[in-house]
Design a protein around this ligand. Structure first.
Ligand code: AMP
Length: 453
């Protein structure tokens, strides 16, 4: 299969040639013809599958060839994304692919002044990539009309819902014309995504590129139990001991990211952080330096790292486990791409056992435990998943000392730890079939809507 066989305009083929894209990826092969036909599409595809070109190319083709001119303050294709970084990145892709197409593109997101965005929109843009909050700001200030939108894309729709944008999405849908083409892309097809698609898409073609809720096979995933206070020390030890090169490190909080970078700087290790408190230019600079190999360790929070085009990293380290189990899949998608093998290492302390259990249920696999000599934790990390069931069955284990014990502390319903492990050998754990419930509500923490986690 070639791109020209897909019927794309010559101007687009020219850009693809410059970029060195030779053959369409599987999602592009399926999505491009359907989108060119005008069909709605619902696609489960993770970052790294080529999904952006999968929707950008047919949109550019349609807009370049339909002979319609965009009016002032109007938009013909609207691409909604969860974060500023993804907006930049998706917009950059549209620009690259559409360089010779004559289609105008623009990105609008929060955290920067709204005035230049209002000015630019006066002339109208063919393709607007936007985050939902800023889009509605522009709409409510009459800087933008949505009644001429021909194509709507929801990119990383699962993430938009995780970030609490569902009210904003409802408001956007209310302002859009009923007759339009809608394309929904999501890393996973959760129940809530399916019901969104049912309500908003018309007879969509469903594409599933990798099985939902599964991780890239070439990634070796394992966890190291460790006491919380020794995580930094363990990370530094493993980096040196295993001669890691560039590593992307995920942490839970902005403060955690800054603190780790401070320690790394003190050790003269080139490191930088990306998180929601950093201004957009600083985040992009950090990313560029990392890609250019000038920064060895990039420390990121989930929202800041979402959608960033970083791939083929040999190691991704989960310094903290994510609060939302699905984020684990996004995180480790940064390694082991395009046939390369990768490692995803999680440093897990006792408090994080419920999160580990939620991740393992989502993955439908138990992460192998590899204790690091000299770093065995004082606070034992309770066994989870199959290991917990086996241990309970064999009556080999004692009660854990801390979290997950009988302290009355909340754990997810599906946690296969001591409190919820079956008493009878062979009995099934209390896991919901088809995936884990969001761990968000259980931990009492709400993801930050503004993308500042
Ligand atoms: P995405 O999944 O859209 O984030 O794309 C991941 C990466 O794959 C990006 O760096 C794209 O530039 C690249 N890419 C997308 N489609 C192709 C293709 N057909 N051939 C080669 N590279 C591609």
């Amino acid at each position: 299969m070639t791109f020209s066989a897909l019927g794309l305009a010559e101007t687009l083929l020219q850009s693809l040639k410059t970029l060195g894209y030779k053959t369409p990826t599987p999602i592009q092969e399926q999505a491009i013809p359907a989108i060119l036909e005008g069909r709605d599409v619902m696609a489960a595809a993770q970052t790294g599958t080529g999904k952006t070109a999968g929707f950008a190319l047919p949109i550019l083709h349609s807009l370049a060839t339909d002979g319609i001119k965009v009016g002032s303050n109007s938009v013909r294709a609207l691409v909604l994304v969860p974060t500023r970084e993804l907006a930049e990145q998706v917009h950059a892709s549209f620009r690259q692919y559409g360089e010779h197409s004559g289609v105008s593109t623009y990105a609008a997101y929060g955290g920067v002044s709204i005035n230049p965005q209002m000015m630019r929109l006066r002339r109208g843009v063919d393709v607007l990539v936007a985050t939902p909050g800023r889009l509605l700001d522009l709409y409510s200030q009459n800087a933008l009309k949505l009644n001429k939108v021909q194509i709507l894309v929801l990119d990383e729709a699962d993430r938009m819902l995780d970030l609490g944008f569902s009210t904003e999405l409802d408001a956007v849908f209310a302002a859009l014309p009923k007759k339009r083409q809608t394309l929904l892309f999501s890393a996973t097809f959760s129940e809530v995504i399916r019901s969104l698609a049912k309500a908003r898409l018309r007879n969509p073609l469903t594409i599933e590129i990798s099985p939902p809720n599964s991780t890239v096979k070439a990634v070796k995933q394992w966890m190291v139990p460790v006491d919380k206070k020794r995580k930094t020390e363990l990370f530094l030890f493993m980096r040196k001991d295993r001669k890691w090169g560039q590593v992307l490190v995920f942490v839970k909080t902005k403060r955690g990211a800054d603190e780790l970078v401070k320690v790394l700087h003190a050790k003269r290790i080139k490191a930088d952080a990306i998180h929601g408190d950093k201004p957009q230019p600083a985040r992009l600079r950090a990313l560029e330096s990392f890609k250019a190999g000038e920064v060895q360790i990039l420390v990121a929070t989930d929202v800041a790292a979402r959608g960033l085009d970083i791939d083929d990293l040999p190691q991704v380290v989960n310094f903290d486990l994510p609060i939302v189990a699905e984020d684990y899949i996004h995180r480790i998608g940064r390694t082991g791409r395009a046939g390369a093998t990768g490692e995803a290492i999680s440093l897990v302390c006792a408090d994080e056992a419920p999160m580990l259990a939620a991740i393992e249920i989502l993955l439908k696999q138990t992460l192998s435990r590899e204790e690091e000599p000299g770093f065995q934790p004082d606070h034992r990390v309770p066994l989870t998943g199959a290991a917990a069931i086996a241990a309970v069955a064999a009556k080999k284990i004692k009660k854990p000392k801390v979290a997950g014990g009988r302290s009355g502390k909340k754990t997810p319903d599906n946690w296969v730890g001591f409190d919820s492990a079956p008493k009878r050998p062979g009995a099934r754990p209390a896991a919901r079939p088809g995936g884990a419930p969001r761990s968000t509500g259980k931990t009492g923490q709400k993801p930050n809507k503004s993308g500042s986690r």
